[in-house]
Write a protein of this length. Structure first.
Length: 721
DNA sequence: ACGGCACGGGG
DNA sequence: GTGTACGTGCCGT
């Protein structure tokens, strides 16, 4: 019988691996043996001594082997240490580590995922079609057009008694499952839910905030009735610990994961990839990374690319060095910035332009890594001391003899993305392929960041520098080519150029693509585009613009509508103004339309002053980056945070807070703002403060046309008189 | 005036 | 398990 690998995880008590398959005839559970190994590299003499020492603590049959311990180097002597008790792997590694003084020996394959070990050992992979008897793969993870099982989903939600922030103490009002509402007593609802799940037997349970609330809440309610809530195909959950951590330059909070056994729980709020690329995107990433669906749904695209690199390294005979003490070892600013000037940015020509083309390189940074063979082991490699491939500006030599790990992993991903994008209009598979392309896009985007991340397994700062150096070189030279073909370069950022002129853009793109071996594509032609000035200096404005494409679509960057902390009322204002301005088909008409856009501003101001705007349109949402007592300034967020604190709620750094501004100038938190849970429905908001925000939003769009914030205020004042 | 604080970008 | 650094603008002190 054949089935797709739906899940794979270790049974920590039996020291065996558990596999769940999705077959056309239902789910199948299989248990398989696996002995994970950790490896030690040292001198032959030390390894011999280590073998004896290990035998003394009961670890027998450690075996000398030859393996590659770093990229691009020959095999070395290592000791393969079998770990029979899964739970002891970490402590055994720490014991061995403690036996060696500094750099006397190095440990490998310690922090590899158990599922990854299993798959790599067996030649299987997550979501791969497998012959279950004998556990043989009938599939290849590199396949682009692969068979996908039909997975049955169940949408689970709860409604809770009481108003305000739902807590574990609130009673259960109702449960909804695929739109069916269960009610009655709590016990009854929970019983009904379990029997419904048993009868329907879904492969996937979808929730919104299932990790952070729904599942722990339902379990808690069940425990109050001496019941145990089981939603998996087998008893028990695989629950992890929650954590605040630093990523993307900010703190986020990741609640404990509630993973089911034999059934996949996808928390839509906890899955970046699901939100961006849906189930097809998750399946694509699961297959390529070999990480089971349920796990990959909670991981970042960066972790996925990291896993793909590990897979490739292991498949090519490498061991993976143990990354110890990761969290404490974060990079300190300094050395990096000195030599890294980042991506190239032109100073845009402020104001409105028409007759504008935007051209973008296809996945520029990943394409550079592939085209110029950028990888940690290829820069200044020992095998090519006289390489003629030299990184611009920096002068690093690049290996000419063999393809690096990073390009080797990236090339098929770039290729897949290109194929999926090219087939997005296929009537049968197009939608599916588009989702897969989206997932891969994010994998490619994060890959660049990983090369410069000191804690990345295959990161090296020189890679990061080299990529941006090539990027700047390519963009500057592309701009020069464009100018030589009679285009005016209005703006350029990293991988995009905005060109004014009536030359042959298609031919220009072909010429530049051929020059660098990286595809330059036409993003579109703008009817008009506005580059915004820097508020304080009036010049520059690097990442803030808005424009109208020929097909009627708006492209917006860096302005209030794009920000998550913009209240809906200001977002609506900008959208309405933009809708109004979109009626203009060129720059001249645009300027003529401005008076009409100003009337939109007046409408919003008047509505706000009426006092009739509903609270949800006034809500400000902001991320909390520290604990209440750690804030040095008293601002709106802190006021709202204090309210929650007063009522016994604490937010973790990384969580968001929502509030309406009641009296912006007040120093008392309860008068200044009202946190969302405590809104009564008839709260009086700070109309003038919101009008000010509306004027700010309006002047953000119109400042290049003489409508500064101050002038916007003056106009408002004179009209009210 | 200056520092605290939060957000975006990538497609 | 977890990309960084920077540009930007508002707001508090």
């Amino acid at each position: 019988m054949r089935g797709w690998v739906l899940d794979c995880y270790p049974d920590m008590d039996a020291d065996r691996m558990v596999l769940w398959f999705k077959t056309p005839r239902g789910p199948v559970r299989v248990v398989d043996d696996m002995t994970p190994h950790i490896y030690v590299h040292a001198t032959k003499e030390r390894l011999q001594k280590l073998t004896n020492d290990l035998a003394m603590i009961g670890v027998k049959d450690a075996e000398p082997q030859k393996r590659k311990v770093s990229l691009g180097e020959k095999e070395k002597d290592v000791l393969a240490v079998p770990v029979r008790e899964y739970a002891s792997l970490q402590s055994l590694a720490m014991t061995i580590d403690s036996w060696g003084r500094y750099r006397e020996h190095a440990l490998f394959n310690v922090d590899l995922r158990m599922d990854q070990r299993y798959f790599l050992g067996k030649g299987l992979f997550a979501m791969g079609l497998t012959e279950i008897d004998g556990l043989k793969s009938m599939d290849a993870w590199r396949r682009i057009d692969y068979p996908v099982p039909e997975l049955k989903g169940l949408d689970l939600g709860v409604a809770v008694n009481g108003s305000g922030i739902p807590t574990m103490d609130d009673g259960l009002a109702s449960i909804s499952a695929n739109g069916v509402v269960l009610d009655g007593s709590e016990e009854r609802m929970l019983e009904d839910l379990m029997s419904l799940v048993r009868d329907e037997d879904p492969d996937i349970i979808y929730t919104d905030r299932g990790d952070s609330f729904v599942l722990p809440y339902l379990q808690h309610r069940a425990s109050l009735h001496d019941m145990s809530l089981e939603l998996g195909r087998e008893q028990g959950e695989r629950t992890s610990r929650g954590k605040s951590y630093f990523t993307y330059g900010r703190i986020v909070y990741k609640p404990p994961a509630h993973k089911l056994r034999g059934r996949v729980h996808i928390d839509r709020q906890a899955s970046f990839t699901y939100a961006e690329a849906g189930l097809p995107g998750l399946i694509e990433m699961s297959r390529l990374s070999h990480i089971p669906l349920q796990d990959i749904s909670r991981l970042s695209p960066g972790s996925a690319i990291s896993a793909m690199q590990v897979n490739e390294a292991v498949r090519s005979g490498h061991l993976v060095r143990w990354k110890k003490n990761l969290p404490e070892d974060f990079k300190t600013a300094g050395a990096l910035i000195a030599c890294d000037r980042g991506g190239f940015i032109y100073e845009p020509k402020v104001g409105i332009h028409d007759d504008v083309w935007e051209v973008d390189f296809f996945s520029l940074y990943p394409s550079i890594m592939v085209r110029y063979n950028i990888s940690p082991e290829t820069l200044n490699c020992r095998c090519c001391p006289t390489s003629s491939r030299i990184v611009p500006e920096l002068g690093y030599r690049v290996c000419e003899k063999s393809t690096g790990l990073v390009p080797h992993v990236l090339e098929p991903i770039l290729n897949r993305r290109r194929v999926y994008k090219s087939m997005k209009n296929d009537p049968r598979k197009g939608a599916n392929y588009q989702q897969r392309a989206k997932a891969l896009k994010w994998v490619l985007v994060t890959c660049f960041g990983y090369t410069g991340y000191r804690n990345a397994r295959f990161g090296r700062i020189e890679c990061h520098e080299s990529i941006t150096a090539y990027g700047r070189d390519i963009l500057i030279r592309s701009a020069a080519i464009a100018e030589s073909r009679d285009f005016e370069v209005l703006h350029g950022i990293v991988d995009s150029l905005w060109l004014h002129g009536s030359g042959n853009v298609r031919r220009l793109c072909d010429e530049i693509s051929a020059e660098f071996g990286i595809q330059l594509n036409i993003e579109g032609r703008y009817r008009w585009i506005v580059f915004l000035p820097n508020v304080s200096t009036g010049v520059g404005a690097l990442n803030r613009y808005y424009g109208l494409f020929e097909d009627g679509e708006l492209k917006l960057r860096g302005i209030a509508v794009r920000r998550k902390d913009t209240p809906m009322i200001v977002e609506e204002l900008q959208q309405d103004m933009l809708r109004c301005l979109s009626k203009a088909h060129d720059a001249e008409r645009f300027v003529e339309t401005i008076p009409e856009a100003l009337q939109v501003v007046d409408r919003y101001a008047a509505e706000l002053r009426n006092g009739t705007v509903a609270a949800d349109r006034l809500m400000v949402r902001r991320r909390i980056t520290r604990r209440l007592e750690e804030y040095a300034q008293f601002n709106d967020s802190v006021a709202a945070l204090r309210q929650l604190h007063d009522k016994g709620f604490e937010l973790q750094p990384g969580q968001s807070i929502e509030y309406v501004i009641l009296d912006s100038g007040s120093e008392r938190s309860w008068e200044r703002v009202r946190a969302a849970p405590f809104l009564s429905g008839d709260d009086r908001y700070d109309g003038e403060k919101y009008v000010e925000m509306v004027h700010r939003g309006a002047s953000e769009l119109l400042s290049p046309f003489g409508w500064s914030f101050e002038r916007m205020r003056q106009r408002d004042g004179s009209q009210r008189r």
